[in-house]
Design a protein around this ligand. Sequence first.
Ligand code: SF4
Ligand code: FE
Length: 488
Amino acid sequence: MTLMTGKEYVESLRNLDIKVYMFGEKVENPVDNPIIRPSINSVAMTYDLAHDPEYEDLMTTTSHLTGNRINRFCHIHQSKEDLVKKIKMQRLMGQKTASCFQRCVGMDAFNAIYSTTYEIDKEKGTNYHERFKKYLVYCQDNDLVVDGAMTDPKGDRGLSPSQQEDPDMYVHIKEIREDGIVVRGAKAHQTGSINSHEHLIMPTIAMREEDAAYAVSFAVPTDAKGVFMIYGRQSCDTRKLEDDADIDLGNNTFGGQEALVIFDDVFVPNERIFMCKEWEYSGMLVERFAGYHRQSYACKTGVGDVLIGAAALAADYNGVPKASHIKDKIIEMQHLNETMWACSLACSYEGVKTESGGYLIDLLLANVCKQNVTRFPYDIARLAEDIAGGLMVTMPSEKDLKGNFTGPWVEKFLKGKIGADTENRMRVLRLIENITLGTAAVGYRTESMHGAGSPQAQRIMIARQGNLESKKEMARKIAHLDVSKDNF
Ligand code: SF4
Ligand code: FE
């Protein structure tokens, strides 16, 4: 099969019997639902840009398994250059959608499972890697969107999976049959899950032997029996339900999406199982997926580009683009944005080849990258709000702008720079609101904090990867310490 277009992708979703609930009710037609549709449009861009000659070098590549032209979101990175192209693609996508485009979680899961299954097989004599390669070719050939799913609800954080009062707090193997397994549990915050053809499941933490039933990785179609989703609502989401909603949305075309995905006794055939109780490898899989996804937050740099542009436009419409403090704030926003980018680039250029042949990012730098992402988008958002002014959150609605009585008053008093169009000014302010406080803020703000692991998860990895002992040794040498004199 050739690469799908965005339109073909949207149509392909209609063929799935996806079970999704929102506001307590089943959504009969998720594809055309006004709350869901912008997130589908974002994913569709990953298809459309693959057909654009300007971007095909970033958006497509050659499968190392089949030699076919494939979308880069389905690719196993074969070089450092591939790792760099991956993040350039993500920055581009952030610029084009100003939101989360969701397809990265599948790409990151592909790469993490690819190298981990190779290493499990080598030690255990299993055949997960071959199975996974077949599954990957299926996804590549059909140009699928895959929800790479890691995060479990976790219940009581002070207890391990097997200690939970309710065993479903972590996805687990309920039954092993000759032809497959039955799984139960849920994955939380699942990015793009409703817009995906497949769910690709991984464990969420390193496991101990007693948690072996929770060390499971598998794939199921999104509409598999027993799988259903409950849509995660976003700030200002019901604005999308208003008649002719446009200006007040800030971004009337694109958006992100998260959902709670529930596995209510789901059967998984053997050929779709990629880890089954190999608890010793759970940590490796988690570390690699998290590392890839921490690199992936180059997407925030792309969305940041749009936000910086919007803040600069707001200054133009306010008539103050030359004020020195405004110029300095925009420089600061750019500095922060490019610092995140520098880390994404660094962890890619320092990538290493795994035993499987696939390339892995430098884990220390990927974690430093994500640690910056837990902070800098907040600072960038603060500066954008500073430049935008309070009007961003006190402004009358689109209906007021268009109202017979209110319209002329809104036009008159919301005018900024002489000659500037009032509606344009309102549109820019709503875009800033959307990214910093509205529907896109899920992806730009709170996801920057918790997506791909909360800040503490990166600090643990930085401690583990930072090799403090070697640094102490460097200091000992320079200071000419005689350790034989120490008694501790
Ligand atoms: Fe991709 Fe960024 Fe969305 Fe994660 S948050 S799926 S990296 S766009
Ligand atoms: Fe994410």
